[in-house]
Design a protein around this ligand. Structure first.
Ligand code: TYM
Length: 327
């Protein structure tokens, strides 16, 4: 059986990079896989989160999952903090991870760079991510490019555990789509589109109004060549916009290039904004209907129950194999 687990941290409002690399994939994955989609709220607190904001962002992200097309009847949708097996297995996985391995994680290096104080949880975070994945015996993990290294570490930890203690975990594979796995900032194509960028025009949020989306795209950096051509080496800013167009229109990169052949950037950016707005409008409408509904609470409660049943079974097996006395 092919099974998926993946999630998005509730550390800010979701931007179209996370939609492109993760959420839009999740929705498609439901057709082929048994899916577990969770909100890794325990991961969000590796850096300080204002409690009220964490609470609101978590609810909003859950609503976005559903609004974007995750069907809670087919897929299990839940909050990480409601299934305590994650924290428990995480500790056991920390005993398998090596200091040197964790030190090499590029996300840790980026996030700790230049900071006076870094939480120890930011360092051990990949062990928790491994626990998330392994608890559900996931065969596949759909992620954007920046999470590939963490999924590879998960594979190493699963193999190490299985070799030491006997077959316990399925060794998962990442799924990284060809287009849209690494959407860059609209102000600087060398930096990942991220909600932590202080320049609000560098990203488009899933909840941005049409007028805001049009304005942000009109300000996006391009280059002086004036041709809509895909070439990351010489035209990174335009290639990034072409990828966004491709993800939101469903057209291939070659089709997008052909569609805009002989046209300048002005028209390209205008059409790009309209393609993104057309996709986001129905999602935003559904989002507003459910974000404060009791239906959403029920989905998450039911999801946590279903998730815990699967997770606890794996946790028990891992404990038994490690030699804990179970009485
Ligand atoms: P997070 O919350 O930073 O991002 C969630 C997902 O969105 C992808 N993504 C992007 N893809 C393309 N372009 C971008 N600009 C962009 N920004 C984000 C990420 O690659 C990711 O797939 N550690 C994870 C959360 C996590 C997780 C897990 C994921 C915790 N446990 C278990 C999978 C399985 C993270 O911080 O993702």
């Amino acid at each position: 059986m092919k099974r998926i687990l993946s999630g998005i941290k509730p550390s800010g409002v979701l931007n179209i990079g996370g939609y492109s690399g993760a959420l839009s994939q999740f929705v498609r994955n439901q057709e082929q896989f048994e899916c577990f989609f969770f909100i890794p709220d325990l991961h969000a607190i590796t850096v300080y989160q204002d409690p009220k904001e964490l609470n609101e962002r978590t609810r909003e992200l859950a609503a976005l999952y559903i609004a974007a097309g995750i069907d809670p009847k087919r897929s299990t949708v839940f909050l990480q903090s409601q299934v305590s097996a994650h924290a428990e297995l995480s500790w056991m996985m920390e005993t398998q991870a090596h200091f040197g391995e964790l030190s090499r994680m590029t996300q840790f290096k980026d996030k700790s760079d230049g900071k006076d104080v870094v939480s120890s949880a930011l360092f051990t975070y990949p062990a928790l991510m491994a626990a998330d994945i392994l608890l559900y015996q996931a065969t596949h993990v759909p992620v954007g490019d920046d999470q590939k290294q963490h999924v590879e570490l998960t594979r190493d930890l699963a193999n190490r555990f299985n070799n030491r203690y006997g077959e316990t975990f399925v060794v998962p594979e990442p799924i990284i789509q060809e287009t849209g796995a690494r959407i860059m900032g609209l102000d600087d194509p060398s930096k990942k589109m991220s909600k932590s960028n202080p320049n609000v025009s560098s990203y488009i949020l899933m909840t941005d109004e049409p007028a805001v989306i049009r304005k942000k795209f009109s300000r996006a950096v391009t280059d002086s060549e004036m041709s809509v051509r895909y070439d990351w080496d010489t035209k990174p800013a335009v290639s990034n916009l072409i990828e966004i167009y491709s993800v939101f229109s469903g057209m291939s990169i070659a089709e997008v290039e052909k569609h805009f052949a002989g046209q300048g950037y002005g028209n390209f950016k205008k059409e790009l904004a309209e393609v993104v707005i057309a996709k986001l409008e129905p999602i935003q409408q559904r989002f507003h209907e459910i974000v404060n509904s009791s239906e959403l609470n029920e989905i998450l409660r039911d999801g946590a129950e279903r998730a815990a049943a699967v997770a606890n079974e794996t946790l028990m097996r891992a404990k038994r194999n490690m030699g804990f006395l179970i009485v």
